[in-house]
Design a protein. Structure first.
Length: 262
């Protein structure tokens, strides 16, 4: 069998990625739909592949914004997304044809196959897609970083941690991690080099530095809070991501731009 094609189509405005995935000459899938529709279609055509499905990891704008334009170009194909994400994605676009459930197997033609796995945290219905030695992680796991848990539709820090440690890191070390932002990695690389994973695994110690975090309250008014900084690490966008601990012991993940030393 020919080697799997994974074309990364970058989204400069969001430092993001969508993907065209398939075997040359056969049907292919678009994984996420935030990249330029023409570039997605051209990438498929370059390898003689016919778009047959769009798989959406979650509902955020930078992952779905070009869906309608893509469908205008390639025609009606299956557009699959978790049921928790569909009503939220509908604020931006339409065109979904079916829900995907955790552990569901998606077959595209005779040779292309993915297994959807639930990886909540960044959003409630976040899915990763596993197949052919790759895992498409959406916004759950990035190269040497992790997702936040304050974006629309989020769940909890504990969910994100479990999604990474108990689901994604159970995959073989050689599995290629293909995320919604930043360059590819491997499960083995993340196990060894991801700062968050290393602390979770007990390889590196937690920090306990007092810092101030500035976040909006329920009324949208930004308030300062005294918290503890457990970890600050580089993020995919050139900034940092901070693991903080609230006075009640709850853990959280916020952009480094929201944190300052007193």
């Amino acid at each position: 069998m020919a080697e799997l094609v994974v074309e990364r189509i970058e989204i400069p405005a969001f430092v993001g990625n969508s993907y065209v995935v398939g075997f040359p000459g056969g049907p292919c899938a678009f994984i996420d739909a935030g990249a330029d529709a023409a570039k997605m279609s051209e990438a498929a055509a370059k390898h003689g592949m016919t778009p047959a499905a769009v798989l959406l990891t979650h509902h955020h704008y930078d992952h779905v914004s070009e869906l309608e334009e893509i469908l205008d170009r390639i025609g009606k194909v299956d557009v699959l997304i978790h049921e928790f994400e569909q009503p939220l994605a509908s604020e931006f676009v339409t065109g979904f044809t079916a829900n995907i459930e955790d552990r569901e197997v998606i077959r595209i033609g005779e040779d292309l196959e993915f297994r959807a796995v639930a990886t909540p945290g960044h959003t409630k219905g976040m899915l990763s897609f596993v197949g052919h030695g790759h895992v498409f992680t959406g916004d759950t796991l990035f190269r040497e970083s992790v997702a936040g848990v304050r974006a629309p539709g989020h769940t909890t820090f504990e969910d994100l941690k479990s999604s990474i440690l108990d689901t994604l890191l159970e995959l073989p070390d050689e599995t290629i991690v293909v995320s919604g932002h930043a360059a590819p990695s491997t499960i083995g690389h993340e196990r060894e080099h991801n700062p968050f994973v290393r602390v979770w695994d007990g390889l590196d110690p937690e920090g306990d530095e007092p810092v101030i975090v500035s976040l909006p309250d329920d009324d949208g008014v930004t308030q300062d809070h005294e918290v503890r900084l457990v970890l600050e690490a580089a993020d995919y966008d050139g900034g940092t991501k901070c693991w903080i601990r609230w006075p009640d012991g709850a853990d959280d993940l916020v952009p480094g731009s929201k944190v300052r030393r007193p």
